[in-house]
Design a protein around this ligand. Structure first.
Ligand code: PTJ
Length: 243
């Protein structure tokens, strides 16, 4: 039992949930290591949404709303941490949701789909085909889902797939606390923020953007600027860490 007044309450609850989901098979054991890396970067940005991340989240909403066929790609960590937030974003953006795994087994696909559905997500189903040219199983996707998407939101992504999706002409939006990762640098748009802060920010923006602002945000998207701003936030915090 984690006491509510513990100074690291949120972080401990997230770890507890991930550990439970790992025991149940939803989260890959490797996902626990990936979460730890994310936590370290979250410390560096101050565990809050920076101004540039807020702009990135609004831009992500604009891209999802302007897309012909937006798809949210969900892995084990994302389902464990944010099933409810994915349901809300699906309602706000009209995006399809597809489960896509690095450590893929049919059993994990089934468990993650069930968890998402229990939280109100409508999950695409069907026979996955190797439509993305990758040797590993992230290349497997649904023809009517990621295969047909023009904009794909891929939280906690793997760099190879991000590059492959872009090479197929798709716009890739990622959420990654590490602004130095290959994914962050390869994506069309990177939100350098924690998943459970970034998703509600995109959902809220979906409800508030008017068509003019939508167009302006998409036209002025500059991912290098957003990554530099995230790194500057971290540098600034480190410079004043002990004051
Ligand atoms: O469920 P599977 O089989 O698809 O596997 C999922 C993992 C996460 C294991 C897989 O995609 C993986 O290995 O990911 P990476 O390459 O470690 O990348 C994960 C990235 O997400 C890292 O750059 C982390 O810094 C970042 N990250 C981790 N937790 C969070 C995060 N970013 C935002 N919010 C988080 N909670």
């Amino acid at each position: 039992m984690i006491p509510k007044d513990h100074p690291r309450y949120r972080s401990l609850i997230a770890r507890e949930r991930l550990a439970r989901c790992a025991r149940e098979g939803v989260v890959a054991l490797e996902g626990l290591a990936a979460h730890g890396r994310g936590e370290a970067f979250d410390y560096l940005i101050g565990e809050r949404t920076s101004e540039s991340a807020a702009l990135a989240a609004r831009t992500a909403a604009a891209m999802l709303l302007s897309a012909r066929h937006p798809v949210i790609s969900v892995n084990g960590n994302t389902a464990a941490l944010a099933a409810e937030e994915i349901a809300a974003l699906q309602r706000a953006s009209g995006a399809d949701v597809e489960v896509n795994l690095f450590h893929r087994t049919e059993e994990r696909i089934r468990l993650i789909t069930r968890l998402l559905e229990e939280h109100g997500v409508r999950v695409l189903s069907g026979t996955a085909e190797r439509l993305v040219p990758l040797a590993h199983d992230r290349g497997l996707c649904l023809r009517e889902g990621i295969g047909d998407a023009d904009v794909v939101l891929v939280p906690l992504e793997d760099g190879d797939r991000c590059a492959a999706l872009r090479a197929m002409g798709k716009a890739v939006v990622t959420i990654d606390l590490n602004p130095l990762s290959r994914t962050a640098r390869t994506a069309t748009l990177t939100i350098v923020d924690e998943l459970t802060r970034a998703l509600p920010a995109i959902t809220a923006a979906c409800a508030s953007l008017d068509p003019d602002e939508r167009e302006r945000l998409v036209a002025s998207l500059d991912n290098t600027y957003l990554l530099r701003a995230a790194i500057d936030t971290m540098r600034e915090r480190l410079a004043h860490a002990l004051e």
